[in-house]
Design a protein around this ligand. Structure first.
Ligand code: ATP
Ligand code: MG
Length: 613
């Protein structure tokens, strides 16, 4: 990476104003600093400075992958439909998959991730247990038509990912490969200076068993995760609610339909319940009301289904948890038109009486097509009822009465109604007990920067990746899949390392380590700065040199602070006394150093910084 970067010729235009579409600091600063330019929503061009940072992130990732024994390959992004058809992902991936058609009419896609291709490649070339274990990786561009591209390159529709895949004979081998990748990820993020939490994750549409995410903790993160003092850590999507003990309902009176005019909110309903229908042991409260959330699922085949989710009224529904539980179906709140097809659903008053197994005549069914018989022999659609696990068997509820202004009191789960299944729908709250009993949960937000998971045999089975074992028997290979969001990491580093003036890159990923400012008008200033640039470059240090003649010192300082090289040497006023100023961007500290000692001093500072990063 030799060669001085000169501000006079570098392809960069810094901006003083934040871009109108940017909300998070890293996005604003990367645009203002001339690191990235937007082409379309979620689609960005990297300019020279941005590309330099990306290459450095890639280098760290590549070095750690190579050191862990993984071998690099490079797949195309443009792929045929068939492999993705074989694993069902052509449809399961839903609208996030970029699909296209070639001139001959063949369906093609832009790969969102490459499990199929790696599986087929290994199948193509390997056939014996002697060839395994094997881990392959690539650093490559991925395409996902994200519903909500966001925060610049943090959530792009085109982005750079490192994806690796391991191939093993058995579970023990998979565990070993997984642990090797896990350790490599820890080193990667440590070297990049990114704080991370390793949390249990849902394996989602990919299937498989062990699954962990590396989350960079930040308030602007879209992921929410929990931690307990006892060491439990999970994405909230993956938090499971421990099964509650069955409650004794022997003295709960029979259910009763009660008029509750005007009780629109849960608070209204509780207040009215205590007035018109008090219970003898204690007052009703919000946790005694059964709230229904009605959603429409769009299954991968395009089929739509309305589902009623019931949870205690004192908890909010967490749609991300719902979505994660119901993937690969897409989930949205049901529209009035969706609900109209289900006569049992009365918006605002839907309770278990008119949905779920009881409305279908008692039989527990698993699909929306199961109808209930009507008097004239026709069937009507009855929605499935899914219960949040905070609803214990035997518990007593006030629920919607399936008629406007009516609620049912003393409805007991297991006595008066059943459900078609359970779903983790309720929000996880700070203070909730960890599922493994390791203490109360703390909640934080983060950005997923890496994801490792054990795919198992799903892909190998679907695509026929088998090898012969020691006894000549055919065995299906077991796989792991490991991703790092390389371009997202670039932005995460910017998010972690900036201040109100601009970026503050760590030495390891900065486009250049030293920014030399020729801050004056005299030729002497420029020639001293030029000498210094030459010396530092010769010492293997990357230099950004602000050699612009007609630009004021003030503008140069502002650009230095915005662009965020970790160290600067200011050649200016002090030169008359034979000194230059060495500055540290992160702390704002500066020291005067004799011109002749400047290069050596900068090298010393850099060596110390590298040792501590
Ligand atoms: P997310 O939950 O953020 O959508 P994901 O779980 O769908 O991510 P994976 O399929 O696990 O992502 O991809 C591996 C890694 O690629 C992620 O950990 C993340 O760092 C990165 N990544 C995923 N989607 C994007 C995107 N749209 N833009 C940039 N990076 C992404
Ligand atoms: Mg993921």
């Amino acid at each position: 990476m030799a060669g001085v970067l000169r501000m006079s010729s570098l392809f960069v235009r810094t901006l003083r104003e934040d871009p109108a579409d940017a909300e998070v600091a890293s996005h604003k600063l990367l645009v203002r600093g001339g690191y990235v330019r937007r082409v379309a929503p979620g689609i960005y061009t990297l300019l020279p400075l941005g590309l330099r940072v990306l290459r450095k992130v890639e280098r760290v990732v590549r070095e750690e992958m190579d050191a862990s024994g993984a071998q690099e390959v490079l797949f195309p992004a443009l792929l045929p439909r068939e492999p993705y058809e074989a694993t069902n992902r052509w449809s399961e991936y839903g609208p996030t998959l970029f699909k296209l058609v070639d001139r001959k009419g063949n369906d093609m896609l832009l790969a969102p991730t490459h499990e199929e291709m790696f599986t087929l490649l290994v199948k193509d070339l390997y056939s014996s247990y002697k060839d395994l274990p094997l881990t392959l990786y690539q650093i490559q561009t991925k395409y996902r038509d994200e519903a909500r591209p966001r925060a610049g390159v943090i959530r792009g529709r085109e982005f750079v990912m490192k994806d690796a895949y391991s191939f093993d004979m058995d579970e023990a081998g998979l565990d070993a490969s997984y642990n090797t990748m896990r350790a490599a990820y820890q080193r990667i993020f440590e070297r990049l200076g990114l704080p991370y939490a390793i949390v249990s994750a849902m394996s989602g549409a990919m299937g498989g068993s062990r699954s962990e995410e590396f989350l960079f903790p930040t308030a602007i993160g879209e992921d929410t995760f929990v931690r307990s003092a006892g060491g439990y850590a999970a994405n909230t999507e993956a938090v499971t609610t421990p099964q509650l003990p069955e409650q004794d309902f022997s003295d709960v009176p029979a259910p009763e339909l009660v008029d509750t005019p005007g009780a629109k909110t849960i608070a209204d309903l509780v207040e009215m319940a205590n007035r018109v229908h008090p219970r003898s042991d204690r007052p009703w409260n919000a946790a005694d009301t059964l709230k229904s959330v009605i959603v429409t699922l769009t299954h991968p085949d395009g089929e739509k289904e309305v589902v009623v989710i019931a949870l205690p009224g004192d908890r909010e529904v967490d749609m991300k948890r719902v979505e994660a539980s119901l993937a690969p179906a897409e989930v949205e709140l049901a529209s009035p038109e969706d609900m109209e097809k289900y006569p049992g659903i009365v918006p605002g008053y839907t309770g278990p009486g008119a949905v779920g197994p009881q409305a279908r005549g008692g039989a527990v069914a698993d699909g929306a097509d199961d109808g209930a018989a009507t008097g004239d022999g026709a069937t009507v659609s009855v929605a499935r009822l899914l219960l949040d696990p905070h609803v214990a068997r035997g518990s007593r509820w006030i629920a919607g009465g399936n008629a406007v202004d009516k609620h049912v009191f003393n409805l007991v789960y297991g006595r008066d109604f059943e459900a078609d299944g359970t779903i983790e729908a309720a929000e996880v709250r700070a203070g909730d007990e960890a599922p493994d009993g390791s203490g109360p949960l703390d909640i934080a937000r983060g950005i997923e920067i890496g994801h490792i998971f054990q795919l198992g045999r799903k892909y190998a089975e679907a695509l026929g990746l088998t090898v012969l074992d020691e006894n000549g028997k055919t065995r299906v290979v077991t796989m792991g899949s490991y991703g790092v969001g390389v371009s997202r990491v670039l932005a995460a580093i910017a998010e972690q390392y900036h201040d109100e003036k601009g970026l503050v890159w760590p030495v390891g990923v900065a486009p250049a380590q030293v920014h030399i400012l020729a801050a004056g008008k005299d030729d002497a200033v420029f020639s001293a700065a030029e000498d210094l640039a030459t010396q530092l470059t010769a010492a293997g240090i990357e230099v950004l040199f602000d050699d612009r003649r007609k630009v004021s010192a003030g503008v140069k300082f502002a650009d230095y602070e915005l662009l965020g090289m970790p160290y600067a040497v200011v050649v200016g006023r002090g030169l008359a006394n034979g000194t230059v100023e060495v500055r540290t961007r992160a702390t704002g500290e500066s020291e005067d150093v004799a011109v002749a000692d400047a290069a050596a001093r900068v090298q010393e500072i850099l060596a110390a910084a590298r040792a501590s990063e």
